[in-house]
Design a protein around this ligand. Sequence first.
Ligand SMILES: NC(=O)c1ccc[n+]([C@@H]2O[C@H](COP(=O)([O-])OP(=O)(O)OC[C@H]3O[C@@H](n4cnc5c(N)ncnc54)[C@H](OP(=O)(O)O)[C@@H]3O)[C@@H](O)[C@H]2O)c1
Length: 282
Amino acid sequence: MAANMKQRIGIIGCGTMGSAIVSGLLGSRMSRSRLISVFDSVRAKSQILSQKFGVKVTRSNSQLVQEADVIVLAVKPQDLKWLGPEVRRSFKKGAVVISILAGTPLRALRQFLGTRPVLVRAMPNLGAQVGESVTALTGSHRRSLAVAEKIFSGCGKVVYVPERQFDLVTALSGSGPAYFFLLMELLVHIGVRGGLAKTTARLLAVQTALGAAKLAQASSVEPGELRRRVTSKKGTTEAALRYLERKKFPKMFSEAIARAVRRSRQLSEASRSFLRCSNASS
Ligand SMILES: NC(=O)c1ccc[n+]([C@@H]2O[C@H](COP(=O)([O-])OP(=O)(O)OC[C@H]3O[C@@H](n4cnc5c(N)ncnc54)[C@H](OP(=O)(O)O)[C@@H]3O)[C@@H](O)[C@H]2O)c1
């Protein structure tokens, strides 16, 4: 296992992702509770983390930033405009800020956070809650990327992707757990409608998804080939897959992802326009 991190880590925002990152950092022993500080504008959320993991709750974002070597931003993108002015003068020299904000380019982060911190952009997913996220990273400072890689390898796997592909990654893996949840939800629903007990239908759906994921992970064979191998001629699987093909499911699914990419671009564009407006009025 990689060596424990020695840096002081601050997490701003203790919602779904902020909490998952704290849990991943400690669960993987990548960091220790005495090195982690958290702050959330809803005090109860940071206190829950403190009680569960023994991490420190700071009085404010600016105190957190003054003390931390590495800061993970885990607030909603729209909250950055309040957060920026609060923290931009408080960063330590050489501080690394890792942002997981969807649709918020490095350029926008720089504008909001000022010139002091080194910036890394990351796109994890909900799998971080169970140490099974996949996180895309981008940035231009190699040592800071290595720091981010350590943090997110505590939450799952890490890949490096150029920033221009972040909208695509956001649509594929950032939003990805929801697509698989939808499939499981439908399987459960169909099972229950056919007379299965809900707990049985749920077990069938979830365990099947887990088995398929583990098989794909363990194998060097492409998912398409794995699918062909379990689809025997004139069998049940073929009957279902042919119907999906006929109804243009692959095309429909590609279109759905294209819409998620477009939405991510719109969010990036919105943060750019916000910057243009703030620059014009200052
Ligand atoms: N959830 C995902 O699956 C996922 C995946 C990849 C990336 N992301 C990104 O991760 C970020 C966080 O998402 P999330 O789902 O964890 O959101 P969340 O559950 O809403 O957590 C964000 C937390 O930050 C708090 N907050 C807002 N402004 C703050 C401030 N100025 N200082 C300190 N705390 C503040 C929020 O409080 P209030 O509730 O009062 O606003 C909330 O408790 C988002 O930018 C999202 O784009 C999420």
